[in-house]
Design a protein around this ligand. Structure first.
Ligand SMILES: [Zn+2]
Length: 295
């Protein structure tokens, strides 16, 4: 991934800006196309400490905020609250909105890490492969609903809550599943996805409520937040950006690791896609780069 990194501070600007103006671009912009497809991850991403050595930015992990996204959010905040906030304040609020969303991913990562040290299992990588990368942004990727709920609560005192809510409702699937959402239920399901992978979606155990109070919401989390590096990514345009945290598994990975190994899948009818019937009789469609759960 191209683009230069500079360390970012959530509370203050640390690097000069080149702002691309308050006039909204004509028609759907590449940024909005990205949001429609990938939600908040089109604007910022969390790279797990588990993946520190991998691309993009080998050797670095943490929260990455894209410059074009901060320009976009500054413009959108001006559109929703005309003349209310000067440009640097709008950038700061946009930065916090993205940071709070990605902070949930970091806190979840920390919680998983603690359980990996107890169980000795690669829980995070298994969850990323069997749930997140395969089903993003479907409704049952609760991690994204929870990240937006977390951001919505944290941004409340910044005076842009109405915009933040509209911004989240413009995002796909799980991202916009925030109205009347049962946060504790989602946390319990996310915990079950971590321990049981795809079995959480297709059967029991469906939730692990005993973990709810410990995911992303403890005093320890607030202390640990300071250990998560935050970067601004400069010099990347929305049209050339592809979301690294969602990078999809290949078909062979899906067939070999997820369907055959975990679900004892049997290959069914075969056309341009492959269909697998899994243990409980549901069908899964695998195609080049993604798989879809069919009811
Ligand atoms: Zn996210």
């Amino acid at each position: 991934m191209a683009g230069d990194l500079v360390p970012a501070d959530i509370e203050k600007e640390t690097h000069p800006w080149s702002y691309d103006g308050d006039a909204a671009p004509d028609g759907a912009s590449p940024v909005e196309d990205g949001i429609l497809a990938s939600g908040c991850e089109a604007l910022a991403f969390y790279k797990s400490i588990h993946a520190e050595k991998k691309a993009p930015y080998p050797g670095k992990w943490g929260i990455f905020l894209l410059d074009y996204a901060l320009n976009y959010l500054a413009r959108e905040i001006e559109r929703h609250y005309p003349g209310k906030f000067p440009f640097p304040v709008r950038v700061a609020k946009g930065r916090k909105l993205l940071y709070f969303h990605e902070r949930f991913h970091f806190r979840f990562d920390c919680w998983v890490l603690a359980h990996e040290s107890v169980t000795g299992r690669p829980l995070y990588e298994d969850y990323r492969n069997s749930i997140y990368r395969c089903f993003h942004p479907e409704d049952f990727v609760y991690e994204e609903s929870l990240a937006n709920l977390h951001a919505l609560r944290a941004i409340a005192r910044e005076g842009i809550a109405t915009y933040a809510k509209a911004f989240m409702l413009s995002q796909p699937g799980a991202y916009s599943n925030i109205i009347g959402a049962d946060r504790e239920e989602f946390l319990g399901r996310l915990a079950a996805q971590t321990f049981y992978g795809r079995a959480q979606i297709v059967g029991e155990p469906h939730r692990r409520p005993e973990h709810v109070q410990y995911i992303a919401n403890s005093k320890d989390d607030r202390v640990r937040d300071f250990s998560c590096p935050v970067y601004r990514v400069i010099g990347v345009s929305a049209s050339q950006f592809s979301v690294p945290s969602i990078a999809l598994p290949t078909l062979s990975e899906i067939e070999n690791r997820f369907i055959r190994a975990y679900l004892n899948g049997r290959e069914g009818t075969r056309t341009d896609h492959r269909y697998f019937t899994i243990d409980n009789g549901q069908k899964i469609k695998g195609s080049s780069g993604f798989c879809v759960l069919l009811s």
